[in-house]
Ligand binder design. Structure first.
Ligand code: CA
Length: 221
């Protein structure tokens, strides 16, 4: 389980990290909005613990931005702003939970467990987007009701996109999910696979399924 902590108070961030690490979570800390932005573009997380008052911006703006971009990672806001209006605003913007500072580490850990549990419960086994239907249990794919034959690797690649429709997935992110992390992402193997997927799925030229973001990656529209 990977958790991202966005918190400008260095000691507080370390304290939380220590508590999480002792329970075998993998933790990354970012102190700024800019750092958090990069971190989420480069990697995926099972949970984000988000402070609101950050030196280079407001955590709420980050949250708004992420949800707009289609990032679905659960977000737990950890903030000194603790009025009802603050909580409502955070939750309405797409936060999954809200804990006011000062807090007890035990309660934070309980809420983290609760979020991660909920996440594993709601994992969907059938994904649908743009006329494509993926059954993750049967390992079958359909396009507008017609069965499409995909290799295991093509299926895995398509699944990553279907998990995050609308989100721009970087080449590094995709390659690390599909191939071993030591794989050299500069080679064109990913493009070869994308081209195969397009041949099988992107059958309508005026309504493409995938968009190439030059030098960055791909997006399922
Ligand atoms: Ca702060």
């Amino acid at each position: 389980m990977k958790i991202l902590i966005v918190e400008d108070q260095v000691r507080l961030a370390q304290l939380v990290r220590q508590g999480l690490s002792e329970r075998a979570y993998t933790v990354k800390i970012e102190h700024t909005c800019a750092g958090a932005r990069d971190a989420l573009c480069e990697d995926s997380y099972d949970l984000i613990i988000l402070d609101l008052g950050l030196q280079d911006g407001d955590g709420l703006d980050l949250l708004r931005e992420w949800r707009k971009a289609g990032f679905k990672e659960p977000v737990l806001i950890l903030s000194a702003r603790d009025t009802v209006q603050d909580r409502v605003k955070g939750l309405d913007l797409g936060a999954d939970d809200y804990l006011a500072k000062p807090f007890s580490l035990e309660e934070l850990l309980a809420r983290v467990r609760s979020q991660l549990r909920r996440q594993s419960d709601v994992k969907e086994t059938v994904l649908e987007c743009g006329g494509v239907k993926l059954d993750l249990l049967q390992l079958t794919a359909e396009l507008h009701g017609q069965r499409i034959d995909l290799t295991r690797r093509e299926f895995a690649l398509l699944e990553i996109f279907m998990q995050s429709p609308g989100r721009i997935l970087t080449r590094t992110y995709i390659s690390e999910k599909i191939w071993a992390s030591h794989y050299d992402v500069d080679t064109n193997l990913l493009d070869v696979y994308m081209s195969r997927l397009r041949t099988k799925l992107d059958t309508s030229p005026d309504k493409p399924l995938f968009k190439t973001i030059r030098g960055v990656g791909y997006q399922l529209l």
